[in-house]
Write a protein that binds this ligand. Structure first.
Ligand code: PGA
Length: 223
């Protein structure tokens, strides 16, 4: 698989924002799969500055912590702050994984599936919160977060003990049904896991490696 290496974080953010812009402009009824974490901050800023028309766009977030959603660290708060409150997206059109999970999956299927899914990658090779060992056939479900993920994400919380230990995530099977996938990774600390996932063997121990089986995936990385 080709890993496209970009000059810097600005170029990474604008490249993926341009891909989302093209998708929305050509197909106003687009269904997007959206990530959280630190990597997409620049992409969301660029998208907001483009002043696109989001009124017919439908979004499905990849995952949510099991926590009080009114707290600033929740992914619901993150999305409002970084994208939803800064665009004309219709609130009923933005979805987070919800129970019953079969209804969430039906909601994706009922909207004819995700057209473009943007992903980050965890330092342990997770995509969304599909931690190492997740089944390639997995669907939306509750997961226990890996110790490494809790350590990595502690920077967003007051302390390590404050980080939620569980989340709801789209499954790898769910994500793989997206028509197009773009994965973004920022920083040398992601380089070795990215190489392992995209150039190494396809194994459930490295969840992102499943993307090697997808027909339309683009990978962007910057140091
Ligand atoms: P990050 O997280 O963007 O904060 O590095 C990515 C991920 O865990 O998927």
């Amino acid at each position: 698989m080709k890993i496209n290496v970009l000059k810097n974080y600005k170029e990474l953010s604008s490249t993926v924002a341009d891909i989302v812009e093209e998708q929305i402009t050509k197909h106003p009824l687009t269904k997007l799969g959206l990530p959280t974490g630190s990597t997409p901050f620049g992409m969301y800023d660029e998208l907001v500055n483009k002043k696109l028309d989001w009124k017919s766009v439908i979004t499905f977030n990849l995952d949510v912590y099991l926590m009080n959603i009114t707290r600033p660290q929740s992914y619901q708060s993150y999305m409002r702050k970084n994208l939803f409150d800064r665009t004309n997206i219709y609130p009923d059109n933005s979805h987070f994984p919800f129970r019953p999970f079969s209804a969430f999956e039906d909601k994706i299927k009922g909207s004819k599936g995700i057209d473009l899914c943007i992903l980050g990658i965890g330092s342990n090779g997770h995509i969304a919160f599909n931690e190492p060992g997740s089944s390639f056939k997995s669907r939306t479900r509750v997961v226990n977060l890996d110790e490494q993920t809790i350590i990595d994400n502690a920077r967003f919380f007051d302390s390590l003990d404050d980080v939620p230990t569980q989340a709801i995530t789209m499954g790898l099977g769910t994500i793989m049904e997206s028509k197009k996938i773009v994965l973004i990774a920022n920083g040398v600390k992601k380089k070795s896991i990215l190489n392992q996932a995209m150039l190494g063997i396809i194994t459930e121990d490295v969840p992102a490696s499943i993307l090697q089986n997808h027909k339309n995936v683009k990978i962007y990385y910057c140091d």
